[in-house]
Design a protein around this ligand. Structure first.
Ligand SMILES: *Cc1c(COP(=O)(O)O)cnc(C)c1O
Length: 371
């Protein structure tokens, strides 16, 4: 079966549709190659690298129209590390979670496991649906996911009406950030990683933090709680203000992310990026709705993500389609493993050309008709 040969005339120009790591623009890699002898392999405490950290922080601030007083904080370890950082450094006593997929569940678990915090409240929804936060007395941190990468469900970023004065909202924007609309005044911490919509490589976490969130980090640190040095948010704030990270970052990740943000800002910033992802979303969901064997997994159109599309199949084996696509250099359309559905998952990040998404649907049809 995997010897089905997809004709060149219908194939996408770039066959990378992974939700993370995701497509990295060849132009970014070429820019990195151009500076490789003066940048790669040089000290991260010197201006050559610090200037790139600064470019990345500036690029994020511009791209997300960062409000006055907010700051871009970054450190090593990716989003998974940030969950631990937030567990130690942002939650005073009790958190509440909206959990509707694997990524939201991981953060909730980290907090449940922390012996110094109260049992969190968790609002759950099954895969393909969304759960929402609700005001609750005593909760000092609310946490949700803008785009659940494991299911393709996206929700608006919005403050919790009626929450206690001073309660913080943390938004996991790892895959939604850069593809979906956001007004940062609606959240205190908008955190992401560079290997999704930012089209770079993994290993960093980046958080756009409100003054209230930064103040909270200093307050908790001053309270004397034990905080592992590597997970200390105050250290991350102080290092970020100096345009560096606590320990050695991947220099190529920093450069590629900065390069990508400059590119996206030149194209028209977040509004442009959202339009592009929305265009790709219209292509793939439109195709699935018309298809005899494919349907969007997320039944509520309002929850359907424009960052990551999940498409269910009936009467044809999606895993086989993914395998044939892979043999034709069209890669990473496999679904999130734990979801266990007969499904394909396709990243719609701004790096991906909408015309390539259209080509992908033609390739899926070509393969499905021959199975
Ligand atoms: C990819 C992803 C993560 C995990 O990011 P890492 O940098 O690999 O730790 C967390 N949350 C969401 C929503 C993601 O898409």
């Amino acid at each position: 079966m995997t010897d089905i040969r997809i004709p060149d005339t219908i194939r996408p120009v770039d066959g990378r549709f992974g939700s993370g790591p995701s497509k990295v623009r060849p132009e970014g890699v070429e820019s990195l190659a151009a500076v490789s002898r003066t940048f790669l392999g040089t000290s991260h405490r010197q201006p050559t690298v610090k200037n790139q950290v600064a470019r990345l922080r500036r690029g994020l601030a511009e791209f997300f129209s960062m409000p006055e007083g907010y700051e871009v904080i970054l450190a090593n370890g990716g989003t998974s590390a940030f969950w631990e950082v937030a567990t130690f450094g942002l939650i005073r006593r009790q958190a509440q979670f909206a959990e509707f997929g694997e990524f939201g569940a991981k953060f909730a678990k980290a907090v449940k496991d922390a012996p110094f915090l109260a049992e969190p409240t968790v609002h759950r929804a099954p895969g393909g649906q969304a759960a929402f936060l609700q005001a609750e007395a005593g909760v000092d941190v609310y946490a949700s996911v803008q785009n659940e990468t494991s299911t393709g469900v996206a929700v608006p970023v919005r403050r919790v009406a009626g929450a206690d004065q001073g309660a913080l909202l943390l938004t996991d924007a790892t895959s939604g950030g850069g593809s979906l609309e956001v007004d940062l005044r609606e959240t205190d911490v908008y955190y992401l990683a560079p290997q999704k919509a930012l089209g770079s490589d993994g290993g960093l976490w980046m958080a756009l933090m409100s003054p209230a969130a930064i103040e909270r980090a200093f307050e908790i640190k001053a309270s004397g709680r034990y905080i592992p040095q590597f997970l200390d948010l105050v250290t991350a704030v102080e290092q970020s203000r100096l345009e560096q990270t606590y320990n050695t970052p991947a220099l190529s990740t920093v450069f590629l992310a900065a390069e990508q943000l400059d590119w996206m800002n030149t194209q028209g910033g977040l509004a442009w990026a959202v339009r592009r992802s929305t265009e790709s979303a219209a292509v793939i969901y439109g195709w699935a709705e018309k298809s005899a064997y494919a349907t969007p997994f997320v039944t509520d159109p309002l929850l359907r993500s424009a960052a990551v599309a999940t498409i269910d199949f009936e009467g044809v084996d999606a895993a086989t389609i993914a395998k044939v696509l892979r043999a034709n250099d069209i890669v990473d359309t496999e679904p999130y493993r734990k979801l266990g559905r007969n499904q394909l998952r396709v990243a719609l990040y701004p790096t991906v050309e909408p015309s390539d998404v259209a080509a992908l649907t033609a390739c899926i049809d070509y393969v499905a008709e021959r199975l």
